[in-house]
Design a protein around this ligand. Structure first.
Ligand SMILES: Cc1cc2nc3c(=O)[nH]c(=O)nc-3n(C[C@H](O)[C@H](O)[C@H](O)COP(=O)(O)O)c2cc1C
Length: 195
């Protein structure tokens, strides 16, 4: 089974660190993984030109091609975002909007895949929950089954407090526990519902 992780930070920082940890853990459990990082990527916003509805592909030629390819072949999807202005980053928002073109090709393309969310804020309560809800809404709209790590600390997914520092996020044991609990459920769902 394949898990595709998207790091929606414009840099290789704290979000990349925790997503990489998650994918390494999954690889250790026998999953194939792929990561897409937004650092230095050309990702343009959807123009709502509706070209995709008519022509079954997006008119914009940029690095979304790599995202489209990996989303199609993935069984599980991890969306990892830094908190920007209290919610998901602009890069995450662009990627979510641009997958409209995938459903123009095949309405069922994303349906039934398993999804989980990772949110990394500089502040302890900087908007992680709203970012999770934005991602979970996206999952629901597209028929992706959202999982959390359960009601004791990972209610909506994995939440981190980075204090804007790679050293500090490594000390966020509570955040790491929320990730590990979410990963356990993610694996359970993949094993139960994906054949
Ligand atoms: C434009 C911008 C807006 C931000 N807004 C918030 C915010 O609203 N809440 C918060 O907790 N952190 C905020 N941060 C801090 C980042 O979430 C934090 O530094 C995070 O660890 C960055 O992830 P990265 O290292 O993967 O880029 C903001 C950072 C930037 C660049």
């Amino acid at each position: 089974m394949k898990v595709f992780g998207i790091c929606a930070s414009p840099r290789k920082g704290t979000t990349h660190y925790v997503l990489d940890h998650a994918l390494n853990t999954l690889e250790g459990h026998g999953f194939e993984t792929e990561i897409f990082t937004c650092q230095a990527k050309d990702l343009k916003p959807c123009m709502h030109c509706d070209y995709c509805l008519e022509n079954k592909k997006c008119i914009i030629q940029d690095d979304m091609a790599e995202v489209y390819e990996n989303l199609q072949s993935a069984d599980g999807i991890i969306l990892a975002t830094p908190i920007h202005s209290g919610s998901v980053s602009a890069q995450m928002s662009i990627i979510m909007d641009r997958t409209r073109a995938l459903e123009a090709v095949d309405y069922n393309l994303l349906r039934g895949k398993i999804g989980m969310s990772i949110a990394v804020g500089g502040d302890r309560t900087g908007g992680q929950d709203l970012a999770h809800m934005t991602i979970i809404n996206y999952f629901m709209i597209h028929g992706i089954i959202p999982v959390s790590g359960g009601p004791f600390g990972s209610n909506l997914g994995a939440s981190f407090w980075s204090e804007d520092s790679l050293d500090k996020i490594k000390e966020d044991t509570y955040g790491m526990e929320s990730l590990n609990r979410t990963l356990i459920e993610f694996e359970n769902f993949l094993n139960k519902y994906i054949y």
